[in-house]
Write a protein that binds this ligand. Structure first.
Ligand code: G6P
Length: 464
């Protein structure tokens, strides 16, 4: 079997605190099982970074990380990744901006990562590249002489070509994706959107077969690999975390009220402003719940150098302040909004204690908080998930209370329904969702992607 090298912008080094994102959880699961190397950014910026990477080893995984040049990083990360690609992939053309110099920095950083892989790996290694920060890497890996199978997985949504083509270099990106051997997406809708882009760039013939696309004479396998979770481990950690001091303090602080919980990285794609408004509508229209519910929203900060992120922070502070100003009482704060990160097991403990979890992104690749909430529940007395139909997770968790996150009155009504759902209904919905999670675990995700990459199964065809 070829050795596995995984590449992603961020690498979760051992002993890192704070909750890991879905990408890190997935990559770690694959590397723990298979062994291999994880290549990416060290988290350090330098004026003149040395070209030699930092190397460490832990639990059968080799970590190879590089410092990045400060001058290029800004254009790469705040610029092209999070100012151009992120808004388009999440269907926010209004927040999109483009600067050719930033696109150049994006390519320069990708070239840098590719050269680390080429120097630290063998030509036959199986390389699995993750997420929108690293789309052009395969082109640079090929130029470095890497011959082994190259896979790419997109953790975020892929936009339909009618949105993607706002980006002046969109055709180049589509051709760059076609340098891989297998490109994986979270949902069928993302794959369809990718095919719309390939058709636009290369014509109808390029998408004549379901399991691959043909770009400039190359066949590229395409498939849907929804990322899952380790259901047993999440359930066990959530149950154990009830004894954790921070979890006990959270429970004590709620004073016996019902708990509505949200856990999201602070991002405009997470629909937090809409959620805060929906909660306000809920309070307005449900006087019987006043003083009987606490909404805790945990939203750790990130990407604060991108203007859109500081704007959303201000908007949320204002919205929470208004609701509390209007409804709070001497012994009741309707919304508690925390820009704070917690260790993963503590978050799982919080999720277990919640009566209702609101996961209402306006667009999301998958959203593992939704899945973790379900796995964290006590099956005998489970909480209720209010889930946006714009999240990839809604394709699997069809027994959640599904909502359109833009319809704030409907979200308010779903919150009320969630709080009033009888135990038998809660149990029945929870059991079905848990079964769905067990059918598609994190192990299934990485094993099926890597098996497909190794065998070239997608390239065998099959008609549309
Ligand atoms: C999303 C992306 C990841 C990214 C994470 C955190 O989950 O899919 O690629 O690492 O957000 O964002 P950050 O910009 O802090 O890396």
């Amino acid at each position: 079997m070829n050795r596995l090298i995984v590449v992603s912008n961020r690498v979760r080094l051992p002993q890192t605190s704070g909750a890991p994102g879905g990408l890190s959880v997935g990559v770690l699961a694959a590397l723990r099982q298979r062994g291999g190397t994880w290549v990416g950014w060290s988290g350090t910026l330098a004026d003149e970074p040395s070209s030699s990477p930092h190397i460490s080893e832990d639990g059968g995984i080799r970590y190879v990380t590089v410092d990045l040049p400060r001058a290029e990083f800004e254009g790469y990360y705040s610029g092209f990744c999070n100012g151009s690609l992120w808004p388009l992939c999440h269907y926010f053309p209004g927040r999109f901006r483009y600067d050719p110099a930033e696109y150049e920095a994006y390519n320069a950083i990708n070239r840098r990562f590719a050269s680390v892989v080429a120097h630290k790996g063998n030509a036959s290694d199986q390389v699995w590249v993750h997420d929108y920060q690293l789309i052009p890497m395969a082109r640079y890996l090929r130029a470095e002489g890497i011959k082994g199978p190259l896979g790419f997985f997109l953790h975020i949504p892929f936009p339909h070509v009618e949105v993607l083509r706002v980006l002046p270099v969109y055709a180049e990106l589509v051709r760059d994706l076609a340098q891989y051997d297998l490109v994986g997406f979270q949902t069928e809708q993302d794959l369809m959107a990718f095919r719309s882009a390939v058709r636009d760039v290369c014509g109808e013939e390029a998408v004549a077969v379901k399991s691959y696309v043909t770009v400039d004479g190359r066949k590229v396998g395409v498939g849907v690999f929804p990322i899952g979770i380790d259901v047993e481990s999440v359930a066990a950690q959530a149950a154990a975390a009830q004894a954790d001091d921070q979890v006990r303090r959270l429970v004590a602080g709620v004073l016996g009220r019902r708990l509505l919980l949200g856990v999201d990285r602070l991002d405009y794609s997470k629909g937090l402003v809409e959620r805060f408004t929906a909660y306000r509508h809920f309070l307005e229209s449900s006087p019987e719940h006043l003083g009987r519910i606490t909404y805790i929203q945990i939203a750790p900060l990130g990407r604060m150098n991108v203007a859109a992120y500081s704007e959303i922070r201000d908007a949320l502070e204002q919205a929470a302040g208004q609701t509390n100003g209007q409804y709070a009482d001497t012994d009741w704060t309707p919304i508690r909004y925390l820009n704070k990160d917690f260790p993963h097991h503590v978050l799982l403990g919080f999720l277990r204690c919640a009566d209702v979890c609101a996961v209402t992104p306006v667009r999301d690749g998958m959203n593992l908080v939704a899945k973790e909430f379900v796995a964290a529940q006590d099956p005998e007395n489970p909480g209720v998930l209010v889930l946006s139909n714009m999240a990839g997770a809604a394709r699997e968790l069809t027994d959640a209370l599904l909502v359109n996150p833009y319809d704030e009155h409907a979200v308010a009504a779903a919150l009320r329904e969630a709080l009033e759902l009888p135990l038998a209904d809660r149990r029945a919905c929870h059991a079905k969702m848990l079964a769905a999670l067990k059918r598609n675990t994190i192990r299934h995700w990485h094993e099926s992607f890597l098996a497909s990459l190794r065998s070239g199964r997608h390239l065998d065809g099959g008609s549309r």
